[in-house]
Structure formats: C-alpha cells, structure tokens
Design a binder for this molecule. Structure first.
Ligand code: NAP
Length: 299
C-alpha cells in the first residue's frame, strides 16, 4: 500500500488529500512492480466510440499514464456512426485476445448505442473498470475481482493518508452503480468497517446526516452543494462530483469554506480524478496477474 510521506496542509489546517501526488506515486510503484517481475507485457485496451471531446481527453490521459507505468496501451477507435454490432465485435475481439489484459469501454457511448450488452461481453478478469454486473456482484459477495476505479481511488486516498475507518461513521452522497453504491460497499466491508449511510436526492435533513459523519464522500454532480454547515470539525471530506463552470471544473464541495473546518479534504480538480486513473492501472496489473502473468503475483 502507498503511504504519503509528508502531508501538505490547506490554509485552514486540513490535510490536503493530494490525488495527483498519490497517482504519480502509484504509477511509479506499478512500474517498479512490473520491472521486478521481469518486465512482462501488460496491456490495457481502450474502446472509444465517437468524437466526444472530454472522452478523448480522458482516454488520452489513461494511455499516457499507462505508458509511464510500463503498461502497453492499445486504443481502438470507432466512428460515432458505429452500429451496436460493430462495437460489440470490437469488444469481443479484445476479450478473445490473450495479449490484452484489461479493457476499458469509455462511457458514455453515443445515444443510439446500448452500453449494457457491450459491457456484458467483458470477462470479470478484463473488466478493469469494475462496472459489469459480474464485477459488481463479486464486490457485493466479497469475491476477488476489480472494484470500480473511482470509489477504489477514494479508498486508496483514505489508506494512504492514514484516515481511520474502523467504527467511524461515513456518509456517501449519491447512489449510482458507478460511484455511490460501490463506495458504500467498500467503506462498509470487513477490514474497513465504517458504518455507512447512503444519501440521495430523497434524503431529508442532509445537513444533519452529514454533520454526524467522520467521513463524507460527495458524489452528486451539483456544484457547491456541500458547505461548511454540512461538516463537523475534523471530518474527512472527499469530493467526487464534477461540474463544469466558466472558471473550470468545480466539485460538490465548497472547498474554501470546508477546508477551514475539515480535518482532511480533497482538492477539485486534483483529488479523486487522478486516483480514478491510478486505480485503472492498478486493476490492469491485477488483471494480468489473474490472467496468468504469474511473474506479477507476489512481487
Ligand atoms: P449520477 O448517476 O447522476 O448519480 C448522482 C447521484 O446523486 C444520484 O444517486 C442522486 O440521487 C444523487 N443526488 C442528486 N441530487 C441530490 C441531492 N440534492 N442531494 C443528495 N443526493 C443527490 O452520477 P454519478 O455517475 O454517480 O457521478 C456523480 C458525480 O461524480 C458526477 O458529477 C460525475 O461527473 C462525477 N464523477 C467523478 C469521477 C472522478 O473521477 N472524480 C468519476 C466518476 C464520476 P437519486 O439516486 O435519488 O437520483
């Protein structure tokens, strides 16, 4: 497990949960692990359909960081006009290819395509995004598999900064299968042992619910919905939500206000986003080990 050597503090005295730093540390550690294993080929394939600009930026970033980690990356691109069958065939080819260890289908797909049958083609080993029914089922049942990268990245931040979870109260705001629901499972599972409340759009008294928490994970996508009044002194506040404003990307948390009260806080950007990529790469190396690159096991 990574540990952050020297925490940086915000002006208000909260520990800054620096996702950029931890991602870079993770990339270097994965690279070292692959080298110790004798530099076997580890390959991540991405599937990008259409020309959505933010999706292309995300995919390019994933390729860049994969290369830094010593992971080969293969980009499959299909035009926005691709049919359901063409996308499914492209994914099926990657599933069948023994040289490919992890597959990431960049979502959202164009409106005319149904992502469910595409994701259903992924084997649990190659589903490094952890988003298929089978991967989520394995997470629920506590079986080996890949957890979704964003909530796993939140767990890696919590671990690296030594934030206690056993017996602590955590509130996860948002209940999607991409973030909130798996986040609840990860925080509440044995070994982590937080007592977790799952809040959503129908939760009454969100302020009160949040004020009872030692750890708040906000995964909604409503800019600035978590203010100082939601946070009890010393709590850890993790911002997953992303909204685009004229000034750039903003999170669900009013950083300036909350950092003066919290004990630890993520920046936005620079917190959970980079950790999502770090965990994609971590899952890819685990996938290679699961798929028989035996030299990676135990190094
Ligand atoms: P989503 O599927 O739209 O889910 C949003 C959740 O927020 C829903 O469960 C919704 O409740 C809840 N919600 C909406 N309004 C609320 C309110 N006023 N109070 C409490 N809960 C409320 O979104 P998602 O895919 O989980 O993503 C959440 C956010 O994280 C988005 O901004 C997304 O862009 C961002 N994200 C960031 C990263 C990263 O790497 N940092 C990765 C993935 C996603 P209901 O279920 O009741 O509708």
């Amino acid at each position: 497990m990574n540990e952050v050597a020297e925490p940086v503090y915000t002006e208000g005295g909260a520990v800054l949960l620096d996702g950029n730093q931890l991602r870079d540390d993770t990339v270097m550690q994965l690279r070292a692990r692959i080298e110790r294993a004798g530099s076997p080929s580890v390959c991540l394939a991405t599937v990008l359909v259409g020309d959505d600009a933010p999706s292309r930026v995300y995919v390019n970033m994933k390729h860049r960081k994969a290369t830094e980690a010593g992971i080969e990356s293969r980009g499959v691109e299909l035009p926005a006009s691709a049919t359901q069958q063409e996308v499914e065939e492209a994914v099926a080819q990657l599933v069948a290819d023994p040289d490919v260890h992890g597959i990431l289908v960049q979502l959202p797909l164009p409106d005319h395509l149904d992502p469910e049958p595409v994701l259903a083609l992924l084997s649990p080993e190659k589903d490094v995004d952890g988003l298929t029914d089978r991967s989520l089922g394995r997470l629920v049942r506590g079986l080996p598999g890949h957890a979704p990268c964003t909530p796993l990245g939140v767990m890696r931040l919590i671990e690296a900064y030594g934030i206690g979870t056993v017996g602590k109260r955590a509130v996860v705001i948002g209940r999607s299968t991409l973030v909130g629901l798996p986040q609840m499972l990860l925080l509440g599972r044995k070994g982590c042992d937080a007592t977790v409340t799952l809040a959503h759009s129908r939760t009454s008294d969100l302020v009160e619910v949040c004020r009872s928490a030692d750890i708040i994970v906000a995964a909604v996508g409503q800019a600035g919905m978590i203010t100082g009044e939601h946070v009890r002194p010393g709590a850890t506040v993790i911002d997953v939500g992303v909204s685009r404003s004229e000034t750039g990307i903003v999170g669900d948390v009013v950083f300036d206000e909350v950092q003066a009260i919290a004990g630890a806080i993520t920046p936005m950007p620079g917190g959970t986003g980079p950790m999502t990529i770090a965990c994609l790469l971590e899952n890819t190396v685990s996938a290679a080990a699961m798929l028989g690159v035996t030299s990676l096991s135990g190094v």
